[in-house]
Every structure is written in structure tokens, then in C-alpha cells.
Design a protein around this ligand. Structure first.
Ligand code: GTP
Length: 237
């Protein structure tokens, strides 16, 4: 395996599958199947999950809600996803612990960095819910932050598209996919892959990001094995 400890960022929308809202159990099952192979092969895996399938802070704020309040609602949505994901993973035989950035002890463990690392060392998947506990920060930034905190070798951003393009591939059929690009390029060209806070955190801590399509079965395993899939963002192109 190319990486011994990885952080997987799953968007909330990824959990919806083709549904207009909520969680598609078949998607959770297929993620769980991939994750169980990753863990069985000895790679330690932590997951940060978004909440956009239930509530988006930015959308709430655009609709007139106070931004910080909307972000807190979004953080609660990520906890629902984290627990649902744990359920799916454990049904596939993957021991999983959920830790939340906002303490809600009756529901899950609070986020304790050293405990998270210990869980990983014991072969458990750790799902981080509740974002980073602060409004104005995205779950992409949380992924970068947690990756740095747990000394992850890489961030996997598993999305609906198969990489980073020079323009929107849905609108422009001639859009070109990047195999490799630098953090600096992403920042200076304002390429919409993750927000600039997340990119800057990975840049400063030298943690590469690999963007790939979650819906191609086996992609998580290919990424962990170091195979060329999607787009790789790092400090050197
Ligand atoms: P080790 O001590 O390393 O073996 O870890 P462990 O997670 O198996 O043991 P622990 O006794 O800490 O936790 C047992 C179970 O309780 C696990 O499923 C934890 O996720 C869960 N758990 C631990 N702390 C909390 C908490 O504060 N709140 C909730 N809801 N569950 C917790």
C-alpha cells in the first residue's frame, strides 16, 4: 500500500446517491465494502463526512439565516451522516468509532486527537462528525485539519466527478482533466476543488490531495494502492 494512514473526505451529497435528499443505504454499503478492503490491507483510515445531503450552511445563510447558526445546523447534519456511516461500516464488519467536534456524549465520543490516533492504530476506522466545531469553516477544511492532526499521509477527496478540470466538464465537453497540479496553481487560478483554507492547510503541511470519483467501485482501494486515478494536488507537479 502506498499510504499507511489516509484521511477520506466524503461529501454529504455522495451519500445521497441518486436520491434527492438523505442517505442511500446502497451507497453506504458500497463505501463500506471498499473501506473494509482498505483496512484489511493494513492502511489506517479516518473519514470526515460532510452534511450537504441534509443541510448546507451556505444555502441556509443565502436564504436569510444567520451564517453561524446555519453552519451549526450543517454541523449537526454531518453527525447524522457520521453515525449512519458507522452503522453501514460496522454491518460490513469494520470496527468504527465516531468522534464529534461538538460534544454530544450520549451520541458519540467527543473528538480527542490522541484517542483517535489510538483507534486508528488498533485498526478501527474513525469517522469525524460535527465539522471542526466552528462556523465559517467547511468540512473540506476539517478534512485538511484532521489530516494534519493525525499525521495522515494523504487526503482523498471522493466526489461525484473523476478529478479536477480546467472548467466545468458538465457544461464544457472539451474540459481537460489535470492528472497533477500544485497547490499554488489551485490557489492562483482559483480552481474550485476545495476552499482556499483547506488547500492552504494541506500546502503548508505538505499533505497531498487526491480527487477521484467515489462511484467507480474500487477507487478508494486504487487510491490507497497509489495507482494513478483522478487528479493529484501536491507541492510538486
Ligand atoms: P479502547 O479503550 O482503545 O479499547 O477503545 P474502545 O473504543 O473500544 O473503548 P471505550 O471503552 O473507550 O469505548 C467503548 C465504546 O463506547 C465504543 O463504541 C466507543 O465509541 C463508545 N464510547 C466511548 N466514549 C464515548 C462517549 O463519550 N460517548 C458515547 N456515546 N460513546 C462512547
Amino acid at each position: 500500500m502506498a499510504y499507511s494512514r489516509a484521511l477520506l473526505k466524503l461529501s454529504g451529497e455522495a451519500l445521497m446517491g441518486d436520491k434527492p435528499y438523505g442517505i442511500d443505504p446502497s451507497i453506504v454499503q458500497s463505501i463500506a465494502k471498499d473501506v473494509s478492503k482498505v483496512v484489511a490491507n493494513g492502511t489506517q483510515l479516518a473519514i470526515v463526512v460532510g452534511g450537504g445531503n441534509i443541510f448546507r450552511g451556505l444555502k441556509g445563510s443565502a436564504d436569510g439565516m444567520d451564517r453561524a447558526t446555519a453552519d451549526y445546523v450543517g454541523m449537526l447534519a454531518t453527525v447524522m451522516n457520521a453515525i449512519s456511516l458507522q452503522d453501514g461500516l460496522e454491518r460490513s464488519g469494520v470496527p468504527t468509532r465516531v468522534q464529534t467536534a461538538i460534544e454530544m456524549k450520549e451520541v458519540a465520543e467527543p473528538y480527542i486527537r490522541r484517542k483517535a490516533i489510538r483507534h486508528l492504530e488498533k485498526g478501527r476506522v474513525v469517522v469525524f462528525g460535527g465539522g471542526c466545531g466552528n462556523p465559517f469553516f467547511t468540512t473540506d477544511t476539517t478534512a485538511a485539519l484532521r489530516a494534519a492532526e493525525i499525521n495522515a499521509d494523504v487526503v482523498f477527496k471522493a466526489t461525484k466527478v473523476d478529478g479536477v478540470y480546467n472548467r466545468d466538464p458538465k457544461k464544457f465537453p472539451d474540459a481537460i482533466r489535470y492528472d497533477n497540479l500544485t497547490f499554488q496553481e489551485v490557489l492562483s487560478k482559483e480552481i474550485a476543488v476545495m476552499d482556499s483554507t483547506a488547500i492552504a492547510l494541506c500546502k503548508d503541511n505538505n499533505i497531498p490531495i487526491i480527487v477521484f470519483n467515489l462511484f467507480e467501485a474500487g477507487n478508494i482501494n486504487k487510491a490507497v494502492a497509489g495507482k494513478q486515478i483522478g487528479s493529484r494536488i501536491s507541492n510538486s507537479s
